[in-house]
Design a binder for this molecule. Structure first.
Ligand code: ATP
Ligand code: MG
Length: 256
């Protein structure tokens, strides 16, 4: 087994899925994308989710982040049960408690870096906490670029804007689906460093889907999915250990 049972469990849980299942389609087209997955994401912990293509990584992330519905089971963000929320409450929870970083940076081209960073809060009619905002902008090294538009920024800088945008409202938890998938290795390393710093220095909770063992090594733990199930968990990952584990998935994505 892994060292999971040795880790201090008293820490608060930022998000939790319990026996979470997601089934697409019916009959011949039926796909069990998630099969009774139970997983916790503790506060101030950086988790990477890995597994073969089609194993359910994005589905898990979307269901836990309230972006997608699920078939059965439950999801909690902090103390809030997602299934108990009405649409508008869910929208508000996503906006206030969850940060997202996508593979495509999803910045608005007509807005400056700073305007992009504060956009979700502007839409919500909320004033950013200036000190926090400055801390985040400093951390991602964008102080000199705040007036630039996305087209005037490198890919790595654009993704740093997206990271700052996700952190700006000080969400309960930040989710990224291959946040470095479109970056060269140096820019990717920078963004991963900032994510790790946000966990270490700011106490953020981060959950990141990745295919890259080097990216996963920035996390505190790696959760491995196969066929919609959690098949393993690794604490203190190194790229070598992650690669070793990944080699044990066969060509069909099953675990051996
Ligand atoms: N809208 C949908 N309708 C039907 N099946 C779907 C839908 N979305 C995903 N699936 C199926 O659910 C399973 C899990 O998909 P998911 O996108 O979570 O995989 P993933 O692990 O993120 O893969 P990748 O690494 O390729 O992004 C796959 O078999 C996929 O074909
Ligand atoms: Mg995916």
């Amino acid at each position: 087994m892994t060292t999971a049972s040795l880790v201090d469990r008293s820490t608060a849980v930022a998000a939790r899925a319990t026996e979470l299942s997601k089934i697409y389609g019916q009959g011949e087209t039926r796909v069990v994308a998630l099969d009774q997955v139970s997983v916790e994401f503790r506060q101030a912990e950086f988790t990477a989710i890995m597994g073969p293509s089609g194993s359910g990584k994005s589905t898990l992330m979307h269901c836990v982040a309230g972006l997608d519905t699920f078939t059965s089971g439950s999801v909690r963000i902090g103390e809030t049960e997602l299934a108990s929320l009405k649409d508008r409450q869910l929208t508000r929870l996503r906006r206030d408690k969850i940060g997202f970083i996508f593979q495509a940076f999803n910045l608005l081209p007509t807005l400056t870096a700073l305007e992009n960073i504060t956009l979700p809060m502007d839409i919500a009619g909320r004033k950013p906490d200036q000190r926090w905002l400055e801390t985040v902008i400093d951390m991602v090294g964008l102080s000199g670029r705040l007036g630039h538009r996305p087209a005037q920024l490198s890919g790595g800088q654009q993704q740093r804007v997206a990271v700052a945008r996700a952190l700006a409202s000080r969400p309960e938890i930040v989710f990224g689906d291959e946040p470095t998938g479109n970056l060269d290795s140096r820019s990717g390393a920078e963004v991963l460093g900032f994510l790790r710093n946000s966990v270490r220095e700011l106490g953020q909770t981060v959950v990141m889907v990745t295919h890259d063992p080097v990216a996963a090594a920035y996390a505190d733990r790696v959760v491995f999915l196969a066929d919609g199930r959690i098949v393993d968990e690794l604490y203190g990952p190194t790229a070598d250990k992650v690669l070793d584990r990944m080699k044990r998935f066969d060509a069909k994505g099953r675990t051996s």
